[in-house]
Design a protein around this ligand. Sequence first.
Ligand code: CA
Length: 226
Amino acid sequence: MKILVIEDEPKAAEYLRQGLSESGYTVEVAHNGIDGLHAAANGDHDLLVLDVMLPGIDGFAVLSALRTSRQTPVLMLTARGKTDDKLRGFELGADDYLVKPFQFPELLARVRALLKRGQPAGADPTLRVGDLEIDPVRHRATRGGQRIQLTAKEFALLSLLAQRSGEVLSRTQIASLVWDIHFDSDSNVVEVAVRRLRAKVDDPFADKLIHTVRGVGYVLDQRPGA
Ligand code: CA
């Protein structure tokens, strides 16, 4: 069983590496969010132990990006007294949660429980809607085989819409999941981004994939004859 630990504090990372190795697991350690996400998206880990506070991109961003392609079980670690973090972690797809500081046996029990639950692994991570293909690992999007150049935020937005194709997402949900902005009624960041995304993803093509649901939000799906 292979575990990826994403933790920037050297002492904590070493503590986890040593404890988990001694418990019979193969352990890989990443010391920041970017390396961690890369390792998680390209590896074949059975479980991730993911710290929330990381330099570069934090644990939430790692989890959110990872969930576009992988369902590897994730145990999140965070500082005491952050109940919002716990909710947010679960919302983004964390499987369990442990508050720091913890005793190693407690972590080990959670790890064992998650591994026991098991998860199908190795599915093709490519998201497909009509002729749109999104490869979350290589960070590429194409329509009809034609490469679409997107910024990181546009890619995140398109991935979110495609991942939940057919489901209407509100501006509030999108703002929170893509920008980490919690509702601000004056903000038109989502509208502006959707407009830019449409210019790249839909305008050059006959079939439109991004649809506005008036007063509600947006949905990405393929509409026959549209
Ligand atoms: Ca940390």
